[in-house]
Ligand binder design. Structure first.
Ligand code: GDP
Length: 484
């Protein structure tokens, strides 16, 4: 006979300065309050304005979320074949694309967009993503109900006639009239916003004031993206003021939103907690290496390993090897843990072997761990994604991180941690080896790989990094943009 669970309300310091809601029962999602105890305190204070905005959003979500009368009414409108004038609730429905890191970055970007445009965020949770994350909003759900009428992910592509850009082209909506003079009910029942990169550019007609005014008229928006488009929202003039209030420190956007939204379920938290307590809890320092080899840009094992070791030496990430064993009376040495995240086991084998066979010069002990080596990336396996999520979290508990260029998996981990990583650069397109082993990231923000066109209707391509003081080009993706 199991005794009834006691509802335990978390203490205020567990709420990360007001980032987290107090309205949850702690036992239903332990990671929400426990995960941060594995990290150093955040170096980025939360703006009280953002905390207030999140509480306001939560009550809006509860009012309009699935299962409410308002939701049912909105679905009726969606089925009616046209948009409506009188809506109490507006929605943005997120559809997945690519791997877990990409998904987390785009969910956070879509949530930020929802906050800025007063929309309720709903997420299409595919089987491989089921049971990974706790519900982020109290008393409601962010999971798109299965009977949602526009539930076909195959319809969402660059050529979809319902996409905003294509509706402008086909004349289904007009860009040459004042949006204020357009009755909302004259518009189609929903708009599809395609924010996927094409030739490393985000689609036109998204991050411009004129387009946002028109997009705001739709009660239903369906959005699919493969990009961390939060920086592009900062480049849209109409959002600038509000964003400045929410994020006085612009480099902490994903750091805060990610820590607010993503909490592994108790099942995944079990994996994380067991591993952390077994291997990482008692060490003096934790150093994470994330090695990601992209199929479209393969790098030979020896070259990648050499580059990692060059980075380790140049940045003094690990103690040097010595020849002499420490004296018999040496006092107990510091232990450094190296946590490796990679689909392959070779890096782990070599680094572990190195510190197994030789002592270190300063007597420090180096313990090397790798939670899994899945060999293949499997976007559609739930078990595989549980491990990927666990490893993103374990990496995010590290004090120092070195990661592969271009990897959204790594971006999420360092951004959660609030740690500026060393990025192992990709070799130039015509080279096998990168001349520079690694560079330190300027901020803890993820990189937007594919910047939008800033000139908007004028179709001028303006370099955002040259005109906006708060974005710069990414260390690993020259044309990419990163808040800092
Ligand atoms: P990106 O492709 O590096 O930007 O990161 P994504 O997370 O979007 O996609 C890569 C996917 O491959 C992950 O979600 C995992 O499924 C898998 N993967 C890549 N590296 C690792 C790793 O180190 N550990 C585990 N468990 N899975 C990985």
């Amino acid at each position: 006979n199991v005794s009834a669970p006691t509802a335990s309300s978390p203490s205020p310091d567990k709420l990360l300065g007001g980032l987290l809601s107090a309205a949850f029962d702690e036992s239903t999602c332990q990671s929400r309050y426990k995960s941060n105890l594995y990290r150093k305190p955040s170096p980025f204070p939360l703006s009280p304005y953002l905390a207030k905005k999140l509480r306001k959003y939560e009550s809006y979500h509860k009012k309009c979320g699935p299962g409410t009368k308002r939701y049912r009414r909105a679905i009726k409108q969606l089925k009616s074949g046209h948009n409506a004038d009188d809506s109490q609730c507006k929605y943005v429905v997120w559809f997945p694309c690519n791997g877990l890191g990409n998904r987390m970055l785009t969910i956070a970007s879509t949530f930020l967009y929802a906050l800025l445009t007063d929309r309720v965020l709903l997420t299409h949770v595919a089987a491989e993503q089921e049971g990974l994350f706790c519900e982020p909003f109290p008393g409601s759900s962010w999971v798109l109900p299965g009977d949602f009428p526009e539930n076909n992910p195959h319809k969402l592509h660059i050529g979809a006639p319902e996409s905003y850009a294509n509706m402008l082209k086909s004349g289904a909506i007009r860009s040459d009239v004042d949006p204020n003079s357009v009755p909302a009910s004259s518009l189609p029942p929903y708009v599809y916003l395609h924010v996927e990169q094409f030739q490393l550019k985000l689609s036109d007609n998204v991050f411009c004031d004129e387009d946002q005014a028109l997009l705001a008229k739709f009660n239903w928006m369906i959005l699919k993206s493969d990009s961390y488009f939060a920086p592009a929202l900062f480049l849209t003039p109409v959002f600038e003021k509000e964003l400045a209030k929410m994020f006085p420190q612009k480099e902490a956007v994903f750091h805060h939103l990610g820590r607010y939204l993503f909490h592994p379920t108790n099942r995944v938290w079990g994996i994380i907690r067991r591993y952390y307590e077994a291997y990482l809890a008692r060490v003096d320092e934790k150093i994470g290496f994330q090695i990601r080899i992209f199929p479209e840009k393969p790098i030979k094992f020896e070259n990648m390993y050499d580059q990692l070791m060059r980075c380790v030496r140049e940045q003094r990430l690990l103690p040097e090897l010595g020849t002499a064993e420490p004296a018999a009376n040496a006092t107990s040495a510091k232990v450094k843990a190296v946590l490796i995240a990679s689909l392959y086991s070779g890096y782990y084998e070599k680094i572990r072997g190195m510190y197994y066979e030789s002592p270190t010069k300063n007597g420090e002990i180096v313990a090397v761990f790798q939670p899994s080596h899945e060999e293949q990336q499997q976007y559609t396996s739930n078990e595989h994604n549980q491990k990927a999520l666990a490893e993103i979290y374990l990496l995010s508990y590290c004090d120092k991180i070195a990661m592969s260029a271009w990897s959204t998996f790594g971006y999420v981990a360092y951004s959660f941690a609030g740690v500026k990583p060393w990025i192992l650069l990709r070799p130039d397109w015509n080279k096998e080896v990168s001349e520079v082993a690694c560079v330190r990231s300027a901020s803890v923000e993820p990189c937007l790989h594919s910047p939008p066109l800033l000139g908007c209707r004028a179709k001028r391509d303006v370099d955002a990094a040259a005109v906006k003081p708060y974005v710069r080009h990414c260390e690993d993706v020259g044309f990419g943009l990163k808040l800092f």
